[in-house]
Design a protein around this ligand. Structure first.
Ligand SMILES: C[S@@+](CC[C@H](N)C(=O)[O-])C[C@H]1O[C@@H](n2cnc3c(N)ncnc32)[C@H](O)[C@@H]1O
Length: 322
């Protein structure tokens, strides 16, 4: 591998131009494809999965929830499959319901120094995506090693897992989510984690509208974390479709990056986008302008019963250093 000798637009790995190709043609790839496994949990455990469902322990509570990736029909040897504390059933019409045997309205689990409220919510959710711990660890490492104060913009911030992780590492965080109930939940998680007085701005707003306003106000951030839904409607009924809206949205978001940004995380859970698409977007809009490099991968949760890893979506990470 080498490069054509032309001026490098940005650092990375160049693939030699085949004979006969136009000399301006270059193939660029700045990073690697990885699997990032959230394997530092004690209070959460993915006990087993298969038959379109996963068997999980959240503290001492055992849940069975649907999982579209778990397509294998392996034997259900664990006794917990028979008597979970709660089980979410999908209905054929699109919705679903919880069957609650011994489920509290909500309970708490810990991840290292952080505490989260957990509950049986709509759409099989529990208020936390445990695989995101791999991204929290990355963000905390980047913030702690920055050597200067760091401001983080957390978009589509949900129950605030990334917000409390970044705040606990000493960052200022701007937390944005359109759902008032989720912002309240995130504030509870911050309080449970001893971060009530941490410098967090809690914003209930449409992410697109908020970012446009921040551009007009000249606000800048050293880092961005975003976990946009695959499909949804904004507060005024605007349709959000990841494949159509992500690129123009990112074009906006990069306008709030500081002169020397630290990192940028894009997560995508339910979509068919390959992890390398997220790196491609980051290289196009961030690496090209600020240097650094991107990596992409799947987030994964270790499965106790099989010793294998369940993939839980795609993540792209850009970081300022090579
Ligand atoms: C957890 S993320 C989605 C997780 C995962 N990527 C998925 O597809 O299910 C969804 C969060 O984004 C928020 N959200 C969705 N559309 C939004 C918008 N236009 N502006 C701000 N927040 C939004 C929701 O309220 C929710 O808390």
């Amino acid at each position: 591998m080498g490069h054509s000798g032309a001026q490098e637009p940005f650092a990375g790995v160049y693939i030699l131009i085949p004979f006969g190709m136009p000399s301006s043609f270059q193939i660029y790839a700045s990073g690697t494809v990885d699997m990032w496994i959230a394997d530092n949990w004690k209070d959460y455990e993915l006990l087993d999965c298969g038959g379109g469902e996963k068997l999980e322990r959240w503290g001492s509570t055992v849940l069975v929830r649907p999982d579209p990736q778990a397509i294998w029909n392996t034997p259900r040897n664990r006794k917990e499959w028979k008597h979970p504390d709660g089980r979410y059933f999908r209905s054929k019409t699109g919705g679903g319901h919880w069957e609650k045997r011994r489920l509290a309205d909500n309970w708490q689990i810990r991840y290292q120094d952080l505490t989260f409220k957990i509950g049986a919510m709509n759409f099989k959710h529990t208020g936390l995506f445990p695989e995101q711990a791999a991204n929290w660890d990355f963000a905390r490492r980047m913030i702690r090693s920055a050597g200067h104060p760091v401001s983080v913009l957390n978009l589509f911030a949900y129950s605030g897992g990334a917000t409390v992780a970044c705040a606990s590492a000493g960052a200022q965080v701007c937390h944005v989510d359109a759902a008032k109930g989720m912002v309240s939940w995130a504030r509870e998680n911050a309080a449970l984690s001893g971060l009530s007085d941490a410098p967090v701005r809690w914003i209930i707003d449409d992410c697109g509208k908020f970012v446009e306003r921040e551009i007009r106000r000249g606000r800048r951030y050293d880092a961005v974390i975003m976990d946009p839904p695959s499909y949804g409607r904004g507060p005024s009924g605007e349709v959000w479709k990841l494949e159509d809206n992500l690129y123009p949205f990112l074009e906006l978001v990069v306008q709030v990056l500081s002169d020397q940004p630290l990192f940028f995380i894009i997560n995508s859970y339910t979509t068919g986008l390959a992890p390398s698409v997220l790196s491609y977007l980051l290289d196009t809009l961030v690496t090209r302008r600020w240097g650094g490099h991107s990596e992409c991968g799947e987030l994964g949760l270790p499965v106790t019963e099989s010793g294998l890893v369940l993939p839980c979506g795609s993540t792209g990470r850009w970081m300022c250093h090579k």
